[in-house]
Design a protein. Structure first.
Length: 92
C-alpha cells in the first residue's frame, strides 16, 4: 500500500503510470553564482571564490559550485570554503 492509501497496482503498466505520476528528482539547490574562467559569461566568481569586478568580496558557499555535485553537498561546501578561507589568509 502507498502512503496515499492506494493499493499496489496489479499490472506493470499501472505501476509505470503511478511511477511517472509520482516520482520526481530532489536535487539540492546550488550554483546560482557559479565559479568559472574569466571568459565564461556565466561565471560570477573565479577559482578562489573572488567575485569578478569587485575587490575584497568572496563567496564560499554552495552557490559557487559550477554544477550540482553528484556527492553530498555539505562536505563539498565545507571543503571549498576551507580552501577559499586559506587562500584569503595567504593574501592578507
Ligand atoms: C533537509 C535537508 C537535508 C540535507 N541533507 C544533507 C545531507 O544529508 N548531506 C549533505 O551533504 N547535504 C545535505 N543537505 C544540503 C546541505 O545542507 C547544503 O547543501 C549546504 O548546507 C549548503 O551550504 P551553504 O553554505 O551554501 O548554505 P547554508 O548551509 O544554507 O548556509 C547559509 C547561511 O547563510 C545564513 N544567511 C542567510 N541569509 C543571510 C543574510 N542575509 N545575512 C547573514 N546570513 C544569512 C543562513 O542563516 C545560513 O547560516 C541537506 C539540505 C536540506 C535542506
Amino acid at each position: 500500500m502507498f502512503s496515499d492509501g492506494n493499493l499496489l497496482p496489479s499490472s506493470s503498466e499501472e505501476l509505470e503510470v503511478l511511477i511517472r505520476k509520482n516520482v520526481e528528482s530532489c536535487l539540492h539547490i546550488t550554483s546560482s553564482a557559479p565559479m568559472g574562467g574569466k571568459n565564461d559569461p556565466k561565471a560570477v566568481v573565479d577559482n578562489k571564490g573572488k567575485v569578478y569586478g569587485l575587490n575584497g568580496l568572496y563567496i564560499a558557499d554552495a552557490s559557487i559550485l559550477p554544477d550540482v555535485p553528484s556527492v553530498a553537498t555539505n562536505p563539498t561546501v565545507i571543503m571549498a570554503a576551507e580552501y577559499i578561507a586559506d587562500q584569503i589568509k595567504k593574501n592578507y
